[in-house]
Design a protein around this ligand. Structure first.
Ligand code: MLT
Ligand code: ZN
Length: 466
C-alpha cells in the first residue's frame, strides 16, 4: 500500500480520478494472462502524456516505489504482474496514432495503441503491419515492443524488433530518450532501441514508437495437413519452403485439436485423425495459380510424411482452419496450463523433438501434454494441463521438477528457454539455460545504468540481487 504522503505526492502529478486503488482495478491491472502469481498492486495510474509518465517515474524514484508497466496484459510469463505492492502504470489511455509518413512508410503511435488498431490503420493506408498473433485484439504496441512479440508470421516477417524504426522511452531514472529517430540508416553508436525491445519493462518505459509498414501480402493458400510423425514436419517444411514463400508454418497435436473442437463446438477438419497437423499459409504467384502448392502437397503424400490434407477453397474456410490453431490457447486456459515456449535452430528440430517426445512420455505420464506452436521458427509451445484435482502450486512444482530435464535438453541443443513469451517471473530462474553467467552479469550492469534505483519492474527477467 502507498503511504498517505506518497499518495498525496502522486496526486500532485496525476489527477485522483486517474489513480485507481479499488480492489477490482488492483486485481484486473495487477496481472497478465498467467494465473500463477496473486496480484498485489498498490495502485494503478493512467497517464495521458509522456510528461506525466516522466513525472510518475521521478516520483517513484523519490519515493522508492516500484513500477510495473501495463499494456494489454496478454503476456504469458508474468512480466506484467504486480505481486509486490508495485504501482501499475497503464498505457491504456495513451492510445493515439499520431503521424503517418507515406513516403517513409512509418507510423508514429503512443504505446497504448492496440495491435489490431495499428493493423487496421495500416490497411486503411493500403499497407500492412505484419506482426500478428491471436491476442492482437488486446495486446498493445508498447507491450509488443517490451516483449519483442513474435506470433504466427515470424517465418515471413520476423519479430516486432524488425518493425521498429524509432522509440521514445523514459528510462528508469526518468530521462527521455529518442532512439533512432525513425531512420533507416543511423550508425551513430550504440542503438538503445534494441536494448529496450525485449527488455520487459526492466530498463524503462516505451512511451511512443515509430513503426514500419510494408506492402500488403499477396494472395495466399491455406492448407491443413495431417502428419503421423512429428519429426517429419520439418521435411514438409522444406518441401513447401523450397517451392513457395511461406507466410506461416504452424503445427498442433491431435490432443490440442480435441480441446479446440470441444471449445468451439466444431467438427474435425479431416476425415481421419492423426497425431499431428500442420497449418501452413503460402504466397501464390501473381496468376494465383495453386499448381506449385499442389505439387508440394503431392510430394509430401508420396513420401508418406503427410497422409491427408485440405486446401482452403475460400477465405471463410481459410479463417476456419486458422481458428483451429489460434483458438488453442483460449480453449485450454480454463485448465491453467503450465506453459513452455522453447526454440532450437530448425535444422536441429527433428532430433530435438524425438528426444523431447521420449522425455515427456517418460516423465509426464499422469499429465496431459499438448504440443503446438510456430514450428517453422523452431518454436514449440509445450503446454501441460492441470488435472482438476490438483492445487495450482503443487502442479507448478511438479511441472518445474520435470522442466529441469526439458531445459537440460534445450541447453544441450543450444536452444532458447523462452522463444517469444519472454522471461518475466515464471521463467526467470531458467535464464541461465540460454544465457551465460557473463551475459547475465552484463544484463545486470545494463539495468543498473538505465534504472539505478531498481524501480522498473524489479524481479522480472533478472532475479533481485541478494
Ligand atoms: C500461441 O502461439 O498460441 C501463443 O503464443 C499463445 C500460447 O502459447 O498459448
Ligand atoms: Zn505462440
Amino acid at each position: 500500500m502507498l503511504t498517505s504522503p506518497q499518495l498525496s505526492a502522486l496526486q500532485a502529478i496525476i489527477p485522483a480520478e486517474r489513480i485507481h486503488c479499488d480492489a477490482d482495478s488492483l486485481d484486473r491491472y495487477g496481472q497478465d494472462w498467467t494465473r500463477y502469481t496473486r496480484p498485489q498492486a498498490a495502485a494503478v495510474v493512467f497517464p495521458l502524456s509522456i510528461e506525466e509518465v516522466q513525472a510518475v517515474v521521478r516520483w517513484a524514484n523519490a519515493q522508492g516505489v516500484a513500477i510495473v508497466p501495463s499494456g494489454g496484459r496478454t503476456g504469458l510469463s508474468g512480466g506484467a504482474v504486480a505481486a509486490q505492492g508495485e504501482v501499475v502504470l497503464s498505457f491504456e489511455r495513451m492510445n493515439r496514432i499520431d503521424q503517418f509518413d507515406p513516403l517513409a512508410r512509418t507510423v508514429r503511435c503512443q504505446a497504448g495503441v492496440v495491435t489490431a488498431a495499428l493493423q487496421a490503420f495500416a490497411q486503411e493506408q493500403g499497407l500492412l503491419y505484419p506482426v500478428d498473433f491471436a491476442s492482437s485484439g488486446s495486446s498493445q504496441i508498447g507491450g509488443n515492443i517490451a516483449t519483442n512479440a513474435g506470433g504466427i508470421r515470424v517465418v515471413r516477417y520476423g519479430m516486432t524488433r524488425d518493425w521498429i524504426a524509432g522509440l521514445t522511452v523514459v528510462t528508469g531514472s526518468g530521462e527521455l530518450l529518442q532512439c533512432n529517430l525513425g531512420l533507416n540508416k543511423n550508425n551513430s553508436g550504440y542503438d538503445f532501441r534494441h536494448l529496450f525491445i525485449g527488455s520487459e519493462g526492466t530498463l524503462g518505459l516505451v512511451v511512443e514508437a515509430t513503426v514500419r509498414l510494408c506492402d500488403p501480402a499477396p494472395p495466399s493458400a491455406v492448407l491443413l495437413l495431417a502428419v503421423p510423425q512429428l519429426p517429419d514436419i520439418m521435411a514438409v517444411f522444406h518441401a513447401f519452403r523450397s517451392r513457395l514463400t511461406l507466410q506461416a508454418f504452424e503445427f498442433f497435436s491431435d490432443q490440442a485439436l480435441t480441446h479446440v473442437l470441444a471449445a468451439r463446438q466444431a467438427q474435425p477438419p479431416l476425415a481421419e485423425r492423426q497425431p499431428f497437423y500442420v497449418l501452413l499459409e503460402c504466397e501464390l504467384p501473381p496468376s494465383a495459380d495453386d499448381a506449385p502448392v499442389l505439387q508440394a502437397f503431392e510430394h509430401c503424400l508420396e513420401q508418406g510424411w503427410v497422409v491427408d490434407g485440405v486446401l482452403a477453397q475460400s477465405q471463410q474456410q481459410a479463417r476456419a482452419l486458422w481458428r483451429l490453431r489460434e483458438g488453442i490457447s483460449a480453449a485450454i486456459t480454463p485448465r491453467t496450463p503450465y506453459k513452455n515456449d522453447i526454440a532450437v535452430v530448425i535444422s536441429r528440430l527433428p532430433d530435438f523433438v524425438s528426444w523431447l517426445q521420449a522425455l515427456l512420455a517418460r516423465d509426464y505420464p499422469d499429465f496431459e501434454v499438448l504440443w503446438y506452436g510456430h514450428i517453422g521458427d523452431g518454436n514449440l509451445h509445450i503446454n501441460v494441463l492441470k488435472p482438476e484435482s490438483w492445487e495450482l502450486e503443487e502442479f507448478r512444482h511438479a511441472c518445474e521438477a520435470v522442466n529441469k530435464q526439458v531445459f537440460a535438453l534445450v541447453a544441450e541443443f543450444a536452444g532458447s528457454m523462452s522463444a517469444e513469451h519472454g522471461v518475466g517471473l515464471l521463467k526467470r530462474d531458467y535464464l541461465g539455460v540460454t544465457r551465460s553467467a557473463a551475459d547475465i552479469a552484463l544484463m545486470r550492469g545494463v539495468k543498473a545504468v538505465f534504472d539505478p534505483n531498481n524501480i522498473m519492474n524489479p524481479g522480472k527477467l533478472l532475479r533481485r540481487a541478494g
